[in-house]
Design a protein around this ligand. Sequence first.
Ligand code: SF4
Length: 271
Amino acid sequence: MWGVGVFFISFKLNELTTDVAKIANSFESRNKKRKNITMTKKQRYEAILSYFRQEMPEADTELEFGSIFQLLVAVVLSAQCTDKRINQVTPELFRQYPDAKAMAQAEVDEVLEYIKSVSYPNSKAEHLVKMARMLVERHQGEVPEDMNQLLDLPGVGRKTANVIQSVAFGKSTMAVDTHVFRVSHRLGLVSEKADNPLKVERELVKNIPVEDIPRAHHWLLLHGRYICTSRRPHCERCGLNDVCPSASHYRAASHAATLSSSDDGSGSQPA
Ligand code: SF4
């Protein structure tokens, strides 16, 4: 009889502990939500930038290159393709065409042979050869620092020009690619009105201290590539989930997906 009593008390104590833990978790998550809602934009920027300064003090591009020309080629190739793939093709490409003068003498088909495995190889091969020829004709084979001169080059858009200005010339420009665009919105760094890369770029540049801007591009890009991924962001291991206004949304979506997969009846079907 005593044994049953002890078992019952211990069972109830366990239940009580579980309930207390649940209540504590719910308070914690409510407090986090409140924190998200009540933060001013300035506080949000400060919290996020200070996190990145600490976690990624040395953030840099993952593209491999040996000169500014090679960086330009790698960035042009990386449009809608992964840096990993670009780093696989550029060593041989750069061995054949190490600078603008060498590439300017190549035919498009010759360059195409080296970049067949990247996305849109035909148009990128054409852009690279035309770009190299323009660099030789107008800039003595050197990559210009000026934004408008960069934008005149075939295959070079605003994002590419910003990356070159920032990485090669140390200017405080903010390149907005698909990762930077997505992460900036999810973290609440930019308003809903910022519905194109240029608007996002302007809002970020307005709010990020000038000395942080070159690194901030890599911070947001790398965070988007590895943590805040497009389809299923890893909110559970994201160091910004207590300041991110999107965290609760993605957690709820992930919870619902887990419930629906465990409730699909597959384990209880009659044989
Ligand atoms: S909490 Fe989630 S949505 Fe927010 S930045 Fe982190 S991974 Fe992205």
